[in-house]
Design a protein around this ligand. Sequence first.
Ligand code: ZN
Ligand code: ZN
Length: 184
Amino acid sequence: MIYKLCLGDFQENCYVVANEKNECVIIDAGEEFEKIINFVNKKNLNIKGIILTHAHFDHCASCKQFQDLGVKVYVHKLDADKLSTNKNLSHLFGKTFQNLDADFKFDEGKIIIGNFIFNVIHTPGHSKGSVVLVYKNNVFLGDTIFKNGVGRTDFYDGSAQELINSINKLKPYLNGNYNLFFGH
Ligand SMILES: [Zn+2]
Ligand SMILES: [Zn+2]
């Protein structure tokens, strides 16, 4: 089961990916920690980890609170520094942010958390460490691609050319055989 929670001022889509053993991985634990934890508790799910599509604050604002509960946080190595600096853009939008250090800094390849296997596709453009996560036939696009457009590339480590290359890299997943889950 995949559940969607829409969080915070930026209507960020947080996804809770659950298996039949009542375990779950959270993708992009954004604002509104209480809303996420209440949902997970209501469903009686055991959180095995949090994976970030990238580390802008609207996708990771709750991570420190989850980490304090013992949940491990996974982020691409090129976005890891955003978790403890202004680079997560929280200051730009007047948000307070609880800094943290990621537990795991990944690269392109596989992330294995218990029975969950995610394939990581590195898709820089919106940010240097943006990734798309593939779980079975489900694709989590973060802010790389939206339903009607693409993510901004005008932040400090964005690049329109890199985004074009990344979208080309994603073409095999955009052919209708996959379920697409957008970051907003
Ligand atoms: Zn973003
Ligand atoms: Zn976003």
